[in-house]
Design a protein around this ligand. Sequence first.
Ligand code: FAD
Ligand code: NA7
Length: 560
Amino acid sequence: TIAMEPQYLDALVVGAGFGGIYQLKKLLDQGLNVKGIDMADDVGGTWHWNRYPGAMSDTMSFLYRYSWDHEDLVSYPWSHHYLQGPEILAYLKHVVKKYDLRKHFQFETELLAAQWNEEELRWVVTLSTKEVLKVKYLVTALGLLSKTNFPAFPGLDKFAGELYHTARWPQNADLKGKRVGVIGNGSTGVQLITALAKAEEVKQLLSFQRNPQYSVPAGNGPVSTQHRKHLNETYDQVWDQAKNSLFAYGFDEELNRPATSVSPEERERIFEEAWQQGNGFRFMFWTFSDITVNEEANIAASDFIRNKIRQTVKDPEKARKLCPTEWYARRPLCDSGYYEQFNRENVDIVDIKTNPITELTATGIKTADGKLYELDVIICATGFDAVDGNYTRIAIQGRNGGTLKDHWSKMGPTSYLGLSVPNFPNLFLITGPNGPFSNLPPAIECHVEIITDLIARAEKNELPKAAIGTNGYTNGYMNGHAKSHTHGIVEALSEAEQEWTTRCDELSSKSLFRRIDSWIFGKNVPGKKGTTMFFFAGLGPYRRIAKEILDDDLRGFRRF
Ligand code: FAD
Ligand code: NA7
């Protein structure tokens, strides 16, 4: 094989979801020579991969989109309070078309390795197509819920029926008349089970459930013309509110009302109001200020939801199985009639907490009690190796030969502000470890905008003259190895990363979320060391901190 000549570019953007699309656009707008890649065969990211029946965003439609195109905000059509997966995919394709971005993307192309070259001040990037790129800036928008978690059940390869993961959903799946087993009942499992049961096409539907979760109604329904008109007239304020709130879900979080500060009747009334209105984040964060940090408040919310489950599910045995016993302390779920589906005769729960799956056989799932559940289709709704999962597949080698994997092996995944890592110059992560925990499109935008600013500063080459000759970069500058040495370097300082990591850890120290083995603290994948993965103080505070840092001459960043 002939070694390919390296291709010189200003920047490579990896990922073609919400993050990659916007980042590509912003860098093109800056006049840079940029390429976007994705291992998928088209744009969409999450919404390209997750095409299972019932896939839906549970951020309300008016906030699950980009905020920067006013014309689009007021004109792009959507009909319901929530967007279905295919609608989001169509929206992202529309944005790509409108800004003519497709020609800058290369699909079915995976980033395999990236190595920092100190001489040239460039990343030497190897792609699955065997192409080699030399880029000044490497932006990874790999997705924080993207690398699938596919549990290694014994006998996985023996199952003779159809076996799917929800995040790799095939376009031709046909479940009509089949006996279907779903493993997993998080956000995805709840959506899938509800949709499959409602469609009344499958013969039998079994939910293989380890830990039941708390779900509240989504409150979906058509959006009235008046409501849309009002939104259109106030969109600037709407975004302003969202971006300055904690979770950017379109309501002001309750900050000063502990659940115990009101009478039991009043508490019930507030829970009921939130239940009627719908949305999981609203139920958890708009009702009271302390549900996620105070045991008593958490129990009050849990009791309320458990009562609703018992009222909804007629068969007491099914209701018992569906009632969670853990803290209400995972990413809050909402649904479009999940619990009701268990009133159907062909829909049932297999409790795999007390009676775990021991193996898959040619014909189905076997549990510890020796029982074999015969199935035609097994669907793993088992979630993701979240946040750093996709990074573990890439060999990223920074300055001095250290790899990102090494850097993250001791403390777990860390970064400064969720986007920069010491010794990885000009590598920028969109929604990297310890980024804001919130509705994601505005969090992603915030990261893209910071990264664009950092790159603009590096491009301006604010290289302090005095530093030349002393900072180790002189060779690259003087010898002229690269096509261009006029750019600078931005990277987090070690102390800044450490400080940020400690801060994120402390912010979540009182959270009941830490007591649950979920993806939010990196505890859902066997072997993964649970660590703090997010900045939990909210998007508004995150944005303020980031702005201060940028205004304060990039405090915490090293610049050359
Ligand atoms: P992604 O959309 O995940 O895109 C990352 C892309 O990077 C992927 O296409 C992947 O193929 C590509 N990639 C990864 N590694 C490589 C590599 N080495 N080489 C090349 N390409 C690579 N968020 C919300 O805020 N609200 C919601 O209601 C919500 N609902 C969700 C429902 C589901 C079922 C899922 C899975 C996620 C949901 N999310 C939700 C989170 C969602 O992931 C984000 O909102 C958003 O879509 C993430 O965009 P992204 O561009 O950061 O990442
Ligand atoms: P989640 O929320 O991580 O849920 C995964 C589900 O799969 C959950 O019920 C798990 O049970 C179950 N699971 C995972 N591994 C196993 C094994 N080995 N055996 C049995 N059951 C298992 O993923 P989702 O895709 O639903 O949602 C992720 C996010 O994407 C969501 O928050 C949205 O933001 C979109 P467990 O609870 O661990 O007992």
